[in-house]
Design a protein around this ligand. Structure first.
Ligand code: SF4
Ligand code: SF4
Length: 379
């Protein structure tokens, strides 16, 4: 109850309300689980608006496991959510977790893009989200290494990555082949379970985790590489059946063959967004900087408010609360003021959120994954 986490909480900084703070949310979950509080819409809003950025957990001197508390609160409250957002969350999360569902989402994107984007309704958010998904590039691929090492690595594609970040996945595959490895691809239905867990679908999240463990226990190899920091953060917390998980920036840097590649120079200014899910992994952030430093003439700036969440976490991308828009707008203002050529982000959710925020300001700046830029300069 010390309150030291309050100034670090993005939703508290925009609202200044105790119920929008970590301490407030902990008290609300406690009272609700002890039957001292009714499942009111206000309670639901305070639980849903948390972006699960876990800044509170990182600064808490008592090491309170906030993630477990908010997940438990959301899981218990879930049946009281209004019907439409609840169905929309369930439908999207289950669809993302299956090959057929992903195909249906991809087929439905053109229609979703035509919905009215200017409303704050769940359908308006769906339209903005669909419009934020970039088209697949046809860039010249990087040449694969002439001599293969004979080793494989498992590239964790992630459920939303396959729908929303195909260009970053293509770049990762090319980079892995360029240094002589063969990327094995995780199955379409393989999901790290973070989305389901943070939406309060705890049974479904556990099922996804069990499936992943059972599959990976049968693999003869190898290292697992993730490209989205949100998935990576979740995989770090799971039992990966003896496979070693790597963030892609760290894995590439650790390979001699990669360090021999020479990217072309690029005389541009880029703004690097460090997702909240990477704040707990400073080595990965350092690796990202080291990789970008390999591109001659590239000027890399970090967001001056990198410590503040963009608002995409939790279930905010699907069913946002009001604070989400304020957080996204704050990032859009930072991007506009920085006057950069390109924005980089290593998390698919954050990239989508930043694209949506810029779209509202009718401003077009490419937002791509750092490895996408690296692949471009090596192609
Ligand atoms: S996880 Fe982030 S948004 Fe949620 S209470 Fe903690 S600091 Fe605030
Ligand atoms: S979560 Fe930690 S930092 Fe925040 S009020 Fe409780 S004890 Fe203090």
């Amino acid at each position: 109850m010390c309150g030291l986490c309050l100034p670090h909480c993005p939703t508290y900084t925009v609202s200044q309300q105790e119920g929008e703070s970590p301490r407030g949310r902990i008290s609300l979950v406690k009272a609700f689980l002890e039957d001292q509080l009714d499942p009111s819409p206000a309670l639901g809003q305070h639980l849903q608006s948390c972006t699960t950025c876990l800044k509170c957990q990182q600064v808490c001197p008592a090491k309170v496991d906030f993630e477990a508390i908010i997940d438990a609160g959301r899981s218990a409250y879930r049946q009281h959510l209004p019907l439409f957002p609840r169905l929309l969350q369930t439908l999207l999360i289950h669809s993302l977790g299956s090959r057929l569902g992903q195909m249906m989402i991809k087929a439905g994107l053109p229609l979703a893009r035509r919905l009215n984007r200017s409303t704050t309704s769940p359908l308006g958010q769906l339209a903005r989200l669909a419009a934020s998904i970039p088209k697949r590039n046809n860039n010249t691929p990087i040449k694969a290494a002439s001599r293969l090492s004979g080793q494989s690595v498992l590239l964790f594609q992630g459920c939303s990555g396959q729908v929303m970040d195909q260009n970053a996945l293509d770049s990762a595959k090319q980079l892995i082949r360029a240094i002589g490895f063969e990327p094995l691809l995780s199955a379409s239905s393989d999901c790290c379970s973070a989305l389901a867990q943070h939406a309060g679908l705890s049974d479904y999240a556990r099922k996804q985790q069990l499936q992943l463990r059972q599959k990976w226990a049968k693999l003869p190899c190898c290292d697992v590489i993730s490209i989205a920091s949100g998935c990576g953060n979740q995989l770090d917390q799971l039992d990966t059946a003896g496979l070693k998980h790597w963030d892609i920036h760290q894995w590439l840097l650790a390979e001699d063959a990669f360090n021999k590649l020479k990217p072309r120079s690029l005389n541009k200014k880029v703004l690097l967004h460090v997702p909240c899910s990477l704040h707990a992994n400073p080595a990965a952030v350092a690796a990202m900087h080291q990789l970008l430093a390999k591109i001659p003439q590239l000027e890399v700036h970090e967001f001056n408010d990198n410590l503040h969440c963009c608002g995409a976490g939790g279930v905010q991308l699907i069913t946002p609360e009001a604070s989400n828009y304020a957080l996204a707008q704050r990032k859009a203002q930072t991007i506009a003021a920085a006057e950069v050529d390109l924005v980089l982000s290593a998390n698919v959710g954050c990239s989508s959120q930043l694209r949506m925020a810029l779209d509202r300001r009718v401003q077009k700046i490419d937002i791509i994954h750092p490895i996408e830029l690296l692949a471009r300069q090596l192609s």
